[in-house]
Design a protein around this ligand. Structure first.
Ligand SMILES: Cc1ncc(COP(=O)(O)O)c(C=O)c1O
Length: 407
């Protein structure tokens, strides 16, 4: 069976994909192409060509009647981008998915498209700092009010009668906080708000937010989904009606994904199951090793019982990924010595690729803030974020041990 039905994205009323996550990563959303090519062809054309005006008329009529998803111009869609979207929808168990130019394009477009002016958004504390910046600085200019919810109080206290959307992230960066999504969804749906989850750090292999009741899941595909540090892209997945709203807005705002990037992403997706198994293994092993080391003050990893959200993570996730945050005993100097002594992880700010990366958030992402401002945001100078890649676990543990020995 070359194109198994069970691996097609679920349509309304249709059962979710029956295959396992790795089979879905390799085959899910696959469709026949005119060349009988195993790898989907890359259609790197901005416009679509028509034989004559009769052909163009037939095309626009078929579009009007919803008989084709073909489009006449690359800002409204592209066959290669669509192939990647079908794969992403299958992985998320979503009716549809939309691919965009970056993770930030996915987040900003979702909020701009789904929240009408005059409404209110609740933002979970600890979400990605550029998401916070967009919500705090841009949404008010679009006539949308915002409240930050710190999880210490009930969600209802951060909500208003006109709350349209709750935006959560799980796990968060850099402390890998994991809210109770089902409880969050129950409350938010109780007053008619949509729930959007940024699941970049989890991937659909470790967490399926839609199956837990979320309305929309977004990703920075730049991270694990692409997986090779060689592309920028973003994903929005959910019910067709919602994704269609975001797609229509994207055609106007214009932050689309280029076809060659979509092809790179679709190639990366095929090994997502394999890669995540090794990321999960390396993350868990590194976290356990670091937690027991005398040169380490504290470790944050949702797969460790010491993590504040361990139980919520265990209940909702099937693995905890490759990102581990740690405070090195001492200050910036000790943390820097550890980072500089590492031989395998590269010093770079991203995460989720096959190469292990390491960063010092106080230097890399929060450098422009004063030490007091950083402390207020919970970013101490001795904080290190590791993104464990897919190298051999024993090599990574040896490397961590020798680097901590010089601290
Ligand atoms: C959780 C999370 N969401 C979104 C983004 C933004 O993604 P991109 O860099 O692809 O725009 C990032 C980037 O670091 C992130 O960590």
């Amino acid at each position: 069976m070359f194109f198994p039905q069970t691996l097609s994205p679920a349509r309304p009323g249709e059962a979710a994909p029956a295959a396992g996550p790795s089979t879905t990563a390799v085959h899910g959303g696959r469709r026949p192409n005119p060349y009988r090519a195993v790898m989907e062809p890359v259609v790197a054309s901005a416009p679509t060509v028509f034989r004559d005006t009769a052909d163009m008329l037939a095309f626009v009529e078929a579009r009007r009647q919803g008989q084709t998803e073909a489009v006449e111009y690359g800002r409204y869609g592209n066959p290669t981008v669509r192939d990647a979207e079908r794969r992403l929808a299958a992985l998320e168990g979503a009716e549809d998915a939309l691919l965009l130019a970056s993770g930030m394009a996915a987040i900003t477009m979702t909020l701009a498209a789904l929240v009408p002016a005059g409404r209110h958004v609740v933002l979970m504390e600890g979400v990605y700092r550029r998401t916070r910046q967009f919500v705090a600085e841009v949404l008010p200019r679009l006539g949308v009010a915002v409240t930050v919810w710190n999880r210490q109080t009930p969600l209802t206290e951060a909500s208003r009668p006109n709350t349209a959307l709750v935006l959560a992230e799980m796990p968060t960066n850099p402390y890998l906080r994991v809210p109770d999504l089902e409880a969050l969804v129950r409350t938010a749906h109780g007053y008619g708000a949509l729930v959007v989850v940024d699941a970049t750090f989890a991937t659909p292999i470790n967490l399926r937010p839609l199956a837990l009741g979320a309305d929309v899941v977004v990703h920075s595909a730049t991270k694990y989904l692409g997986g090779h540090h060689d592309l920028l892209a973003g994903v929005v997945a959910g019910a067709s009606a919602l994704v269609e709203q975001v797609r229509a807005a994207l055609g106007v705002w214009g932050g689309v994904c280029a076809p060659p990037t979509a092809a790179l992403l679709a190639r990366g997706l095929r090994t997502l199951g394999l890669r995540m198994a090794q990321h999960n293994r390396n993350g868990q092993a590194a976290a356990a090793f670091l937690e027991g080391h005398p040169a380490v003050e504290r470790v944050w990893y949702p797969g460790l019982p010491s993590h504040p959200d361990y139980r919520a993570a265990r209940r909702q996730m099937s693995g905890f990924g490759g990102v581990v945050s740690l405070a090195v005993r001492g200050g910036l100097q000790q943390a820097a010595r550890f980072v500089d002594a590492l031989r395998i992880p590269l010093l770079a700010v991203s995460l989720g690729g096959v190469e292990s990366l390491v960063t010092l958030p106080a230097l890399a992402s929060y450098y422009n803030l004063t030490p007091e401002e950083r402390r207020a945001l919970g970013i101490p100078a001795n904080l290190v974020r590791l993104s464990l890649g897919v190298e051999d676990t024993a090599d990574l543990l040896d490397d961590l041990a020798q680097a901590l020995a010089v601290v």
